[in-house]
Design a protein around this ligand. Structure first.
Ligand SMILES: [Zn+2]
Length: 396
C-alpha cells in the first residue's frame, strides 16, 4: 500500500515495521508528545497524544508590506472603483478586482483577450452596480470601439474563463484559442459550478475553435503573443503566455508574486513540474509577470523569490520525511496503518512548516512570514503536498 520513493526512507520504514526505535528517539518522543498541543492541519485536529510536532507558528492573517495591494483599492487607487485596468506597455493592459487578473492587448485590428474571470466587474459592495467584463475592458479609451477578435484560455478552470460566453455572445466570431487538453476538459463539463461563478456567463464556457499541442503564435495587426505548453504544471492544458514586445509573461495559478501560493501548492496537478515551472518561467525574457491573482504585478525578482520559497519547502520537506522521530506514530497505533500514515504525513508537514517559517532554519535564511502574504496559513499545506509527491512521484 505504501510506496517508497527514496531508498533511505524505505530503510527507515523497514526499521519501523520491525519495531526498531532507538532508545534515544523513544525518550525524545515521550517528551515531545507530552508537551505537544493538538496541531491544526489541512485534515483537522490530530487526536490527543498523537502529535509529535508542536506547531509554533502563529496564524495572524497579517499581510507583510511586500504583499500589500498595488494599486490599493482601500486608498481609492483602482481605475474603476471596484476594478482596476492599467497599461503595462505597448498596448498591453492588465485588469484586476483584487482577487483575479486577466490581460488584453489592443491592436489596430482589434483586441486579444487572455482569460475571462467572471468576478472582474462584480461590485462586491453593491451587486446592483456591477458591470460586465466588456465594460471593464472598454473603460480604457484605447479599447473602445475595437472588436475582441481573439480570446485565449490560460487553462480550463472556470474561475479564470467562466465569463467567456459574455465575450462570445457579443462577438460571435471571436476565435477562442487554447491548449488541446483545455478543450478536452471543457468538453467534459457538466455545468456544475460554484454559485458565485454562475452569474457572469454560461457554464461550461464555449469550446475553443483553435487548439495547439506544443506552441502557437497568435498575431493581430502589429501585436502578438507566443503560447507554449510545458506540461500539466497546475492543470493539464495550462500554458505559458509570452508577449515578447512588451516583455510580459503570464502563467496562471503557479506563482503569486509577494504571496505564498494558494493552498497545497495551488492544487498543482504535477508537483515536480510545479517546482520546475519557476525555472521554466525565468527562461523567458520578461520584466513583468502576471500570475492571474491578487492585485499587483510581478517582476523577475518576485519569480526568483517565489522559487526560493518553493525550494526551501522542498528541502525542509525532505528533512522532515527523514526525521525518525516522526515514525513514532506507527508504533502508537499499529492496527490502523492508514490512519497512522495520515498522521505521520501531517507531522512531516508540521515540521517542514516550522523549519520553513523560521529564518534560522530554512535554507535560504528568508523570513517568509515577513515577506509573503498567507505564509502563516498556507505553508503547512504546501509541505503536505510536497511530502506526498516526494514520497511517491517518480519524477522527483
Ligand atoms: Zn486554476
Amino acid at each position: 500500500m505504501l510506496i517508497c520513493a527514496a531508498h533511505r526512507l524505505c530503510q527507515l520504514k523497514r526499521l519501523v515495521r520491525l519495531g526498531f526505535l532507538p532508545l534515544v528517539t523513544t525518550l525524545f518522543l515521550l517528551s515531545t508528545v507530552m508537551a505537544a498541543e493538538a496541531y491544526r492541519t489541512d485534515h483537522g485536529f490530530l487526536p490527543p497524544g498523537t502529535s509529535t510536532c508542536d506547531a509554533h507558528v502563529p496564524v495572524t492573517l497579517s499581510v507583510p508590506p511586500n504583499a500589500a495591494p498595488i494599486p490599493d483599492p482601500f486608498q481609492r487607487q483602482y481605475s474603476g472603483g471596484f476594478y482596476h485596468v492599467e497599461e503595462i506597455n505597448h498596448g498591453l493592459f492588465y485588469m484586476t478586482d483584487g482577487v483575479y487578473q486577466a490581460m488584453f492587448i489592443v491592436s489596430d485590428q482589434g483586441i486579444i483577450l487572455v482569460d475571462a474571470p467572471p468576478s472582474i466587474g462584480v461590485n462586491q459592495q453593491d451587486q446592483q452596480r456591477s458591470v460586465s467584463l466588456l465594460d471593464v475592458i472598454y473603460s480604457i479609451p484605447e479599447a473602445r470601439g475595437r472588436e475582441i477578435k481573439k480570446l485565449i484560455y490560460s487553462h480550463s478552470h472556470l474561475d479564470h474563463i467562466g465569463a467567456a460566453s459574455v465575450i462570445k455572445d457579443v462577438f460571435p466570431n471571436v476565435e477562442i484559442i487554447a491548449h488541446e487538453e483545455t478543450k478536452e476538459l471543457i468538453a467534459r463539463g457538466t455545468g456544475t459550478v460554484e454559485p458565485f461563478l454562475a452569474g457572469s456567463g454560461s457554464i461550461p464556457p464555449p469550446l475553443p475553435e483553435t487548439i495547439f499541442r506544443d506552441q502557437a503564435t497568435v498575431m493581430l495587426g502589429s501585436q502578438g503573443l507566443e503560447l507554449s505548453y510545458q506540461g500539466p504544471i497546475h492543470q493539464p492544458g495550462n500554458i505559458f503566455i509570452h508577449a515578447p514586445k512588451q516583455k510580459v509573461l503570464m502563467l496562471v495559478d503557479v506563482i503569486f508574486p509577494g504571496w505564498s501560493p494558494f493552498s497545497d501548492l495551488a492544487v498543482a496537478s504535477d508537483v515536480p513540474l510545479f517546482v520546475a515551472a519557476h525555472d521554466k518561467a525565468l527562461a523567458f525574457e520578461f520584466d513583468t509577470f502576471i500570475g492571474g491573482h491578487l492585485n499587483h504585478l510581478g517582476t523577475r525578482a518576485d519569480v526568483e523569490e517565489s522559487r526560493r520559497y518553493i525550494q526551501d519547502i522542498k528541502a525542509n520537506t525532505i528533512t522532515a520525511l527523514f526525521d525518525p522521530s516522526l515514525f513514532a506514530i506507527f508504533s502508537m497505533v499499529p492496527a490502523n496503518s492508514l490512519g497512522a500514515f495520515a498522521i505521520y504525513l501531517d507531522q512531516v508537514a508540521c515540521e517542514c512548516a516550522n523549519l520553513t517559517l523560521n529564518a534560522a532554519t530554512t535554507p535560504s535564511g528568508t523570513d517568509w512570514l515577513g515577506r509573503f502574504g498567507a505564509a502563516d496559513i498556507n505553508t503547512v499545506g504546501h509541505c503536505w503536498r510536497m511530502a506526498e509527491a516526494l514520497r511517491i512521484d517518480p519524477a522527483f
